[in-house]
Design a protein around this ligand. Sequence first.
Ligand code: 13P
Length: 338
Amino acid sequence: MNAQALIDTAEALVADDKGLLAMDESNTTCNKRFAAAGIAQTEETRRSYRELLITTPDLEECISGAILYDETIRQQTKDGTLFVEVLKDAGVIPGIKVDIGAKDLAGHPGEKVTEGLDGLRIRLHSYFEMGARFAKWRAVIALGDGIPSQGCIEANAQALARYAALCQESGLVPVVEPEVLMDGDHGIETCRAATSEVLFRVFGELHSQGVMLEGMILKPNMVLPGLTCATQESVDEIAEATVRCLLRMVPAAVPGIAFLSGGQDGTLASARLSAMNARFKPPNARVPWALAFSFARAIQNPALEIWAGKEANRSKAQKALYHRAKCNRAARRGEYSV
Ligand code: 13P
């Protein structure tokens, strides 16, 4: 393991107020989003859309890394350039989603465990050869009556830690993503308690598996009230609750925290991230890690809607993508307002 290379990559992913573009939707998820937008669900439309994303002019001003999917990392632009090469030429670090999805956890109705550890070492090796320098694994934790269970939290935390250790062995920076879902009518305190417990377990397992914290990125949820909760806290209250929770649970050795958006409206996600940075970034206060973003829907949604599968809309869609990326860079500086 080249520890310094891992540290350099992890730091580069959160440097210069930039963040990650998550474009690693599985074919099933991508097809679902295409279907909702009236776009044909074919390999060629997925390729064409992803080409649109990565060839957005000046994207590298705001985006440090892009998370690809197995199909996407093998794809090329129309003129025959591998996507990985397009990204590298622009100074964007290629990353890869390596889990194979959240499956029902036996004996735990309503809960999931993320799979993909079997054969992972070999897959990581080939992704590194293809040019990837970081990876992503997402665990999902649902909130509800009597859940999350300890069994679900432990199974997911252990899988995340084993994935992270394998990544570092292969020279890839692990993006560790334990997502406490927004679905439900629970209050913000329920989300805070579950997020704290999950992070406590995740960092315990990362320690047990010998993961070097300086060479990883944490990709957590923000601490939010449930989507259908009657009380929706303000942007500032959410920023405060999220950072206070992370301060208690995330070791200072971790270089960066890159939030997922989790289905939040894009402008709200940016506003909440901006409020965190405005309140907690030096010189206002001191947090030990960069507070960054690794959004999929909160960056992509307007672009996907505008594109609608039509070549004529490409340039307008790219402008929309660039706009959201720029908003999130402003949010990293605490300078975004809706
Ligand atoms: P969202 O930002 O849409 O929640 O996606 C995050 C993610 O995990 C994709 O990598």
